[in-house]
Design a protein around this ligand. Structure first.
Ligand code: FNR
Length: 361
């Protein structure tokens, strides 16, 4: 068996292989953050298609945490009940259902990408967005969203929203909860000195800037059962080398803190905070960021970005560059990336769904 198809054991969970569907917004909820047939078919197809982990898109822990009004949410029991058939179906197909819990912070209240990704103001169907520091809001271009600086009550409410969202995710049948602390959304906005200009205990020093991520993670870990894993997605760097920002060294340090809090895997992406970022692209473009955290800490790491080929994914696990490979856009092009990879790497032992075997044997 190739390393890509070796099961991944974390706590009492065994994932069938090392391939995960990376979280990807579908902007397809109507209305109010509830999943639709699109989500059932989209996530269900990738479970049929052989992914080890099928992760939801960024799922908002409260309505103001949505990037667009069409984003998925989990801020009520109704949301949890609507997500349950998705987790049940994924499990029936042998995949592990995971949820990415998210708050979009000052990047919230926008139109969908195909409608221009423009801020929507409160009198136009949007809302006042939450920011660690409105003065640190980057010049994204276009109109600036209505926003306010979070006070202590707002911060406590966000922590509670993540905790309650985790409880609901458990009720909905998810096996893994991932905290989204990457891509310039709320938790990353607190981490980076490029966006966090606060002078209270949530700004300034590394200890203070990482406080909210640690508190949110601890709250999620607290309600998530000991048998089940928690992941955190971070941006390994802001790619802003010309100014104070979030970088590789701080990521290693944070990963050690997260490990101590009981996080099982750090999912390492990058960027998304600031339009001036100078980010590379291409195959494996973020892998060195994950690899470094894997080398310098005891926590498992996930690599993502520019991973499109089965042999490439297998080599990342085989060469101990990552414990898990997250695949984004290639899973949009090919919902069956998992079974296609198994065909290519494992040959005879490929597990296609029984309903499809006459097509492949
Ligand atoms: C994304 N990405 C993303 N990331 C995340 O953490 N939460 C999310 O909800 C989304 N949404 C999203 C939507 C779409 C349409 C795309 C293409 C991407 C980023 C994604 O998970 C992944 O990290 C990147 O796409 C890089 O991986 P690939 O696509 O090169 O495999």
């Amino acid at each position: 068996m190739t390393d890509l198809f070796a099961p991944l054991s974390m706590r009492d969970l065994e994932v069938r292989n090392r391939i995960a569907v990376s979280p990807m917004c579908q902007y397809s909820c109507e209305p109010d953050g509830l999943p639709t047939e699109w989500h059932r078919v989209h996530l269900g197809s990738r479970a049929v298609g052989g992914a080890g982990i099928v992760m939801t898109e960024a799922t908002a822990v409260e309505p103001r945490g949505r990037i667009t009004p069409a984003d998925l949410g989990i801020w009520s029991d109704e949301h949890a009940a609507a997500l349950e058939p998705i987790t049940e179906f994924a499990r029936e197909q042998g995949a592990t259902p995971a949820i990415q819990l998210a708050h979009a912070g000052h990047k919230a209240s926008k139109t969908r990408p195909w409608d221009g990704n423009e801020p929507i103001q409160p009198d136009d169907g949007g809302w006042e967005v939450l920011s660690p520091s409105p003065d640190g809001y980057p010049p994204f271009g276009g109109e600036r969203p209505a926003m306010r600086e979070m006070d202590r009550d707002d911060i406590d409410a966000v922590i509670d929203s993540f905790r309650e969202a985790a409880e609901r995710s458990l009720a909905a049948g998810f096996e893994i909860a991932e905290v989204h602390a990457a891509h310039g959304y709320l938790l990353h906005e607190f981490l980076s000195p490029a966006t966090n200009l606060r002078e209270d205990e949530y700004g300034g020093s590394f200890e203070n800037r990482t406080r909210l991520v640690r508190e949110v993670t601890a709250a999620v870990r607290d309600v998530w059962p000991d048998e089940k894993p928690v992941f955190v997605r971070i941006s390994g760097t802001d790619w802003l080398d010309d100014r104070p920002s979030w970088d590789r060294e701080q990521s290693v340090r944070l990963a050690r803190d997260l490990d101590k809090l009981g996080v099982d895997l750090v999912d390492v992406s990058s960027g998304g905070l600031h339009p001036d970022q100078n980010a590379p692209a291409g195959p494996n473009f973020q892998v060195p960021l994950a690899e470094r955290i894997g080398e310098e800490t005891d926590v498992a790491v996930g690599a993502v970005g520019g991973i499109t080929e089965p042999e490439q994914a297998d080599a990342l696990v085989r060469n101990r560059r990552a414990d898990l490979v997250l695949v984004g856009r290639e899973f949009l092009r090919d919902p069956y990336f998992g079974v296609h990879a198994a065909d290519e790497l494992e040959g005879e032992s490929t597990e296609w769904p029984i309903q499809y075997r006459r097509a492949v044997r």
